[in-house]
Ligand binder design. Structure first.
Ligand SMILES: Cc1cc2nc3c(=O)[nH]c(=O)nc-3n(C[C@H](O)[C@H](O)[C@H](O)COP(=O)(O)OP(=O)(O)OC[C@H]3O[C@@H](n4cnc5c(N)ncnc54)[C@H](O)[C@@H]3O)c2cc1C
Length: 201
């Protein structure tokens, strides 16, 4: 990969129950870095998880490039990660869910906002096609449920692959090493062909 291509790429450094993702944003003016790890200290009623100290501890055994990146990571924000299993209950009477309310997903495919936008397009078009909102809601949910569910569960799976330990990690590394940097076969279904929600008249 040329230096130029590398600087524009999304870089993911995978480790046991953790990873670091790096990519340029705002036309390369900013470089975004997010460190993710499964905290050993998480409890819902405490704030003592995911601290800077735990970040340092968990990434202490990482390779040099990752350790060099750590001091440049802002420590002022952190997010616990939640998802849910797909649900069929997108519509209830005059209420239709969309976005995270309909399909909360983990971030590993970077699709949360993308799927919310696809929902919005599909819902807008359905409301334009049917005079009765109940028909529009049913058509919208029918069009979107399966794809959103596939991405929701796919994101979780991708995270599990990223955080593998031991033999699983060895197999993952061997598989990834056999791929070229432009080989997106495993995830290209997310982006191609263009989603029906966007292409439908
Ligand atoms: C750090 C981070 C990085 C992300 N990166 C990506 C990415 O690269 N790509 C991607 O596609 N997605 C990404 N996402 C996910 C994306 O932000 C969400 O999936 C998306 O914002 C969901 O949109 P939404 O409209 O469903 O919900 P939200 O954006 O959460 O909007 C819900 C709104 O409702 C408001 N609200 C809540 N309760 C009430 C109430 N009772 N009354 C009135 N208003 C209320 C909230 O204040 C909020 O403004 C990222 C998320 C995070 C946290």
């Amino acid at each position: 990969m040329s230096q130029h291509a590398a600087s524009e790429a999304v870089m993911v450094w995978a480790g046991p129950r953790m990873h670091l993702v790096q990519y340029p944003v705002r036309r390369g003016e900013l470089y975004n870095q997010v460190a993710v790890f499964e905290s050993d200290h998480y409890t819902p009623d405490s704030d003592a998880w995911g601290t800077g100290a735990e970040l340092e501890e968990r990434f202490a055994g990482a390779c040099r490039t990752v350790r060099d990146a750590l001091p440049l990571i802002a420590r002022d924000r952190r997010w616990p990660l939640f998802d849910r299993l797909p649900t069929d209950k997108w519509v209830h009477g005059r209420i239709a869910l969309l976005g995270d309310a309909a399909h909360p997903m983990l971030q590993y495919l970077a699709q949360g906002a993308c799927q919310a936008l696809e929902d919005a397009v599909a819902l807008g078009r359905a409301l334009g096609r049917f005079s009765d909102p109940a028909d529009a809601f049913a058509a919208y949910a029918g069009q979107r449920r399966e794809r959103a569910a596939r991405i929701q569960t796919g994101a979780r799976r991708f995270g599990e692959i990223c955080h593998l330990e031991g033999m699983g990690a060895t197999l993952r590394n061997a598989l990834f090493a056999s791929r070229g940097p432009d080989d997106f076969d495993d995830v290209s279904w997310v982006w191609t062909p263009a989603p029906a929600a966007v292409t439908a008249p």
